[in-house]
Design a protein around this ligand. Sequence first.
Ligand SMILES: Nc1ncnc2c1ncn2[C@@H]1O[C@H](COP(=O)(O)OP(=O)(O)OP(=O)(O)O)[C@@H](O)[C@H]1O
Ligand SMILES: [Mg+2]
Length: 247
Amino acid sequence: MSLLEVKNVTKRFQGLVANDSVSFTMEEGEIVSLIGPNGAGKTTLFNCIAGYHPVDSGEVLFRGTRITNLRPSAICRAGLARTFQLVKVFTALTTLENVMVGALLHTRDTRTAVKEAFAVLELTGLAPKACFPAAALTIADRKRLEVARALATRPKLLLLDEVMAGLNSSETKEAVDLVRRINGQGVTLLIVEHVMEAIMPISHRILVLDGGQKIAEGSPEVIGNDERVIQAYLGEKYRAKHHRPAG
Ligand SMILES: Nc1ncnc2c1ncn2[C@@H]1O[C@H](COP(=O)(O)OP(=O)(O)OP(=O)(O)O)[C@@H](O)[C@H]1O
Ligand SMILES: [Mg+2]
């Protein structure tokens, strides 16, 4: 049984088909990236999977159970967590308290929540800033906090929406290391990202959306050489930089 099965998911906004009968599966332990141009429907697909948008048709199965159109909190409790492209940290709370919000999804005991939140802060490198007000964190740290809060819900599958956007190269490297550490702890990841240099080396598989449709799926090598993907998204610059002629 696949960990996640997305079957013919369609989502319309009035006349616009943001997701057009999208299907794919994810196996436990994988890192899969979801790429495509702005407006391709990546965030919409996250919203459909995680229960933030009702789908028009199609279904989503998580660990073999239909989760289509369940409430986000129920889906999160089942082990599927996500981050938001526009970070949603609680600025009036400290870093630690933000992460506790995630942990409190599965425990009512505050001491347990503190303990679990600290473990996640250690993993994400935010422990030295545990008592900072979240409002004082840099963008890079806020993105990490967004990941930390989602991790504290103890997901089996984590959806990351552009957690590397706007980071400098050393922050991006740290974010990639964090993705590897999270995956090393047994968490399966679906990652939306535009930073190809960061995701190509860590992805087991890549899905490509364009105009709401899945136009390609395969290993990073296959996707990097796919003519349709180069035309729709990666561009000629990418080809020139990465393509090695045979022989
Ligand atoms: N709540 C909404 N109401 C109406 N239209 C929407 C809504 N959310 C998204 N859309 C539209 O659906 C399409 C897909 O948007 P989406 O945000 O999923 O793209 P994306 O692939 O995440 O793009 P980006 O890379 O810029 O984040 C766009 O045309 C967008 O304007
Ligand atoms: Mg998006």
